[in-house]
Design a protein around this ligand. Structure first.
Ligand SMILES: O=C(O)CCC(=O)C(=O)O
Ligand SMILES: [Fe+2]
Length: 321
């Protein structure tokens, strides 16, 4: 496995950022992001608090089990509790999202994935650091989307005014236990992400792999950067000119691994028809990795997302969908 992914400096001028994004998205759909301004200290606190949580006994972690989060789909899931492509992943995790008060009309209406977060009382630091992290990463993602807009010859606030005025923000903390000797290290099976952008922080162990046109390559941790990749909605919006790229996790480090994927997605109620403009004319229309034809999808981003998460958590499906 070889190859390497480009590094884009978000603090460079917009035209340079856009050119970097265009090249990366036309190539593998993955890049490293530097110059993002998120303090190391915030990540360090998030990492430490997360490790503290996962080291707790199972029954204590289960006090905030996802089933207790109801329709908001927040909280803890145990090892084997999440499937990719029908196979249980060797990971446990915490799910967070935008914090909505009980009186929010969407919560009152029982809209799935909307509500409040579940935090462990044993690690109060998480309730401090997660909201700060969500706010910081939302700002970074909006900035990356300005670069994406310019890369597609659109006005820089094209997405902010239409698609991400009230973005769907999902944040997960994953803990991958060491895989048994001789095992293939299956952490997360091959998949694409659902929304617009993913910003991933990972610890020093590596394990993320990306399926590029030339084959699988590693996306090892690069200190001070996030791994950024585009999701199905940018693929859909650009008619496949930008492709959401399959990736997976193989934790063969022999260590426990922590990762922090932050998903920045369109407004739940936004429709995502193909974009105007010249960008789409170069779309080659070659089939997607899983045979799904995103161009055939109609509906809101919420419809798309709920269809996906119901497959990942079959045991919760009946409860929230
Ligand atoms: O844990 C990782 O490094 C990546 C996880 C991932 O691809 C995902 O959650 O969509
Ligand atoms: Fe992913």
């Amino acid at each position: 496995m070889g190859g390497s992914l480009p590094i884009i400096d978000l603090s460079a001028d917009r035209a340079a950022v856009a050119a970097g994004i265009r090249a990366a998205c036309r190539d593998s759909g993955f890049f490293y992001l530097t110059g993002h301004g998120v303090p190391d200290e915030l990540l360090r606190r998030l990492d430490a608090a997360s490790r503290e949580f996962f080291a707790l006994p199972e029954d204590v972690k289960a006090e905030i089990a996802m089933a207790r989060g109801g329709r908001a789909w927040r909280g803890f899931f145990p090892v084997g509790g999440e499937l990719t492509s029908g196979r249980p992943d060797l990971k446990e995790g915490l799910y967070f999202g935008a914090e909505l008060p009980a009186g929010d009309p969407r919560v009152v209406a029982g809209l799935p994935l909307h509500g409040s977060n579940l935090y462990p009382r044993q690690v109060p630091e998480l309730a401090e650091v997660v909201p700060a992290y969500l706010a910081a990463l939302t700002a970074v993602a909006q900035e990356v989307m300005r670069g994406v807009a310019v890369s597609l010859d659109l006005p820089e606030d094209y997405f902010a005014s239409g698609y991400t005025a009230d973005p769907t923000v999902l944040f997960r903390v994953f803990h991958y236990p060491p895989s048994p000797a001789g095992d293939d290290g299956w952490g997360v099976g091959e998949h694409t992400d659902y929304g617009l952008l993913t910003l991933l922080a990972q610890d020093g162990n590596g394990g993320l792999q990306v399926r590029t046109p030339g084959g699988w390559i590693d996306a090892p941790p690069v200190p001070g950067t996030f791994v950024c990749n585009i999701g199905d909605m940018l693929d859909r919006l650009t008619g496949g000119w930008y492709r959401s790229t399959p990736h997976r996790v193989r934790n063969v480090s022999g260590n426990e691994r922590l990762s922090f994927p932050f998903f920045f997605d369109p407004d739940f109620s936004a429709e995502v028809p193909p974009l105007p403009g010249p960008a789409r004319e170069g779309a080659d229309g070659h089939p997607r990795w899983d045979g799904q034809d995103l161009r055939a999808f109609t509906g809101t981003y919420g419809d798309y997302l709920l269809g996906k998460v119901g497959k990942v958590f079959p045991q919760l499906r009946g409860e929230v969908l």
